[in-house]
Design a protein around this ligand. Structure first.
Ligand code: HAM
Length: 419
């Protein structure tokens, strides 16, 4: 037998409604905030992620699914959605259109990580990107969208915010980080030694226990913000207050991608263990320019759909059940089953959720099956009914029955649907 690849999961037919529910709420929330959907390819030129996500990040150095295609191009399965959306924004000249350009996506993403609960190699993101607005009100709007989504899904999570400044204040901070970490270099992991040279901010993102201990006392970026970045952060706090959103400031948040400037944030749940970050994002004012576009400010976030579902499950959030068939047509014998088949198809044409037997079951077994799939009514067709041109419709909840002409079946069930 061929098994599913490590770190991937099937969504089985019986569970798909949960995904549809979360995705539906995400789409509705995006609409309330006036966002339109963008769909970009699952794979892109590798170069996009090297330049976009950053060549000192774990994602780029360790986790990308990269291969050469038959034309000898280096191709990478998208590890996240922002770089593709940014590429598309530039390539399609969206910056010349109506700004801000507000968009969302629901996409699979691929990272070669060590799988565990809430951490997969193929996972799915609901992501939001807003291009063209530089003010902190745009940051607050994006955070508010995430907050609305999480509340509508019934999740209790904490918002943590931080500012990681701009390249100019980051230079002073990097210097301070280097001074702090220099005496601890021997205690750092192999990767962090390289990070120390190339991108000291990444040191704060290390997941190794020893490095984390050393990180705990590192200087705070908030003490190094330039006046403009500090002002932006103050404005963000004021807008979050206007939106009625509670938050904690966490100067440890640096995020695992290189494109962020100023605002970064995460929504974290205490209910699913180590992988509690259900949603993360921030501002990335340098990315569009970095990718060769006319510089444009941008802000966004992405939420992991598997993690949202995990938190919902572990906190007992009830997902509305799937709609059940309105009517099941049961036939006593082969001839009657043909009539049941024809009526089922006719009712479906009329927009009624109907089902019938395809397993040559006995009438008793058909009733059992109808009950199992939750049909509200069972319409029974026997020899007499065939002759009369009417069927016996039984309400499964009340056990009451009534005779309904075949010819008025669609009308009858349309009325029942509305009840
Ligand atoms: P990220 O923090 O790398 O940000 O991922 C966003 C979310 O995707 C995480 O909070 C988590 O819920 C989910 N996620 C990430 N990796 C995995 C995994 N291996 N398995 C399951 N879920 C995972 C980004 O991807 C940015 N593009 C977000 C963004 C958009 N920033 C600005 N715009």
């Amino acid at each position: 037998m061929i098994n599913i690849p490590k770190g991937t999961k099937d969504v089985l037919p019986a569970d798909a409604y949960k995904w549809q529910y979360v995705e539906g709420v995400a789409r509705e929330t995006a609409k309330l905030y006036n966002l339109k959907e963008i769909r970009t390819p699952v794979f892109e030129h590798t170069e996009l992620f090297l330049r976009g996500v950053g060549d000192t990040t774990d994602i780029v150095t360790k986790e990308m699914y990269t291969f050469r295609d038959k034309g000898d191009r280096s191709i990478t399965l998208k590890p996240e959605g922002t770089a593709g959306a940014a590429r598309s924004f530039i390539e399609n000249g969206l910056g010349n259109g109506v700004l801000p350009a507000k968009m969302y996506y629901i996409t699979p993403a691929f990272r070669y990580e060590r799988p565990q609960a809430g951490r997969l190699r193929e996972f799915h993101q609901f992501g939001v990107e807003v291009f063209g607005a530089k003010g902190a009100d745009a940051d607050a709007e994006v955070i508010s969208l995430a907050d609305s989504l999480l509340k509508r899904l019934g999740l209790k999570v904490k918002l943590r915010i931080n500012s990681i400044g701009c390249p100019s204040c980051r230079a002073a901070y990097n210097k301070a980080l280097k001074e702090y970490f220099a005496p601890h270099l021997d205690g750092l992991c192999y990767d962090c030694k390289a990070r120390f040279e190339k991108n000291p901010l990444r040191l704060l993102d290390c997941k190794e226990e020893e490095c984390r201990k050393i990180n705990a006392q590192a200087p705070s970026i908030l003490d190094y913000l330039c006046p403009e970045c500090a002002e932006h952060f103050e404005a963000l706090k004021a807008y979050l207050a206007l939106a009625g959103i509670e938050y904690e400031i966490d100067p440890r948040i640096v995020r695992g991608l290189d494109y962020y400037t100023r605002t970064v944030f995460e929504f974290v749940s205490d209910d699913i263990g180590a992988q509690g970050t259900v949603c993360g994002g921030g501002r990335y004012d340098g990315l569009i320019g970095e990718l060769g576009g006319a510089p444009a400010p941008a802000v966004g976030f992405a939420a992991g759909i598997e993690r949202l579902l995990l938190v919902m499950e572990s906190t007992g959030v009830k997902i509305p059940e799937e709609e059940k068939p309105l009517v099941y047509f049961a036939g006593m014998d082969a001839e009657c089953r043909k009539k049941a088949f024809a009526l089922t198809i006719a009712l479906r044409h009329a927009g009624i959720y109907a089902e019938t037997d395809h397993m040559e079951r006995s009438i008793k077994a058909q009733f059992k099956y109808a009950d199992k799939i939750g049909a509200k009514y069972v319409a029974v067709i026997g020899g007499n009914e065939l002759q009369e041109g009417a069927m016996n419709v039984k309400c499964m909840a009340s056990s009451e029955s009534e005779k309904v002409d075949f010819s008025s079946a669609a009308e009858y069930f349309r009325k029942k649907k509305g009840e």
